[in-house]
Design a protein around this ligand. Sequence first.
Ligand code: ADE
Ligand code: ZN
Length: 330
Amino acid sequence: MSIPKAELHLHIEGTLEPELAFELATRNGVELPYADTDELRKAYRFEDLQSFLNLYYELMAVLRTERDFEDLANAYLARAAAQGVRHAEIFFDPQAHLARGVDMGTVVEGLWRALGDSEARHGVSTQLILCFLRDESAESALETLDAAKPYLDRIVGVGLDSAEVGHPPVKFREVYEAAAALGLRRVAHAGEEGPPSYIVEALDVLGVERIDHGLRCMESPELVARLVRDRIPLTLCPLSNVRLRTVDVLGDHPLPAMLDAGLLCTVNSDDPAYFGGYAGDNFDAVRLALGLGEERLRELARNSFVAAFLEHDEERRARYLSEVEAYEFG
Ligand code: ADE
Ligand code: ZN
């Protein structure tokens, strides 16, 4: 069993494995433009973030009912548990579903059918983070937050994802202010493909507590110093960065330099069905490609629980942290 960890950067729609995609397509009478899972897997060659997003949104067509979202989440939780995930803060993209006529209730209630008994069934505690699509309008984000109001007891926070470049955080100032007023935690993808200034803007304008990816902070020593000083967690996704060509090969990933700089880094899977691995696979990959030793791996696992939104249950955080300290590498 892999070291106990929290997964803090995981898009539930990005856990849709080809086999489940075809099963749901058949169940719902949806035609997929691929003959079978082998042909679909051949489409998993991405040039950049946008080329991945095109397939990611296309395959969502198979998700239609509460049961579909429940099956998707259960499949993820079983895989995550097998890789040492003890706590998962799960992103979902409601605008991508609302646009297809699937309402907020179907998505949240469906996911909740799996999340509600995840601890008993999988040994994984969970939270939900609603993401706004940054390539949609600010008005659409506000409408989406409004549609989520009946479900806020099931949603811990808001995030910002989809195509980054050309859609700076400032576009979403108003909806983040509204989310903060509702008591929601705030995170945002920034510095994946976008410049370091987007990270600064996410912190200053949106008031985010964590940065998703944040890789490009390394281009600005001043920003690195700020992130270190303020202990801002970065939710890195190494296998995703290679597949989306943010880094050429895993051996070139800046994770070791980021840890050496004192940044509070965590390792996550982003869209594991598309990028070749779940949380434990990402840990294994960085260990092998970057030669990270046991203390570095323990630091990454510790960071994941330090950065988790567990303020309502500090006892649980302490329990998870003691599991990390007690873990013996095989
Ligand atoms: N949506 C799903 N995965 C994403 C990623 N890596 N970046 C931005 N938006 C996403
Ligand atoms: Zn992401």
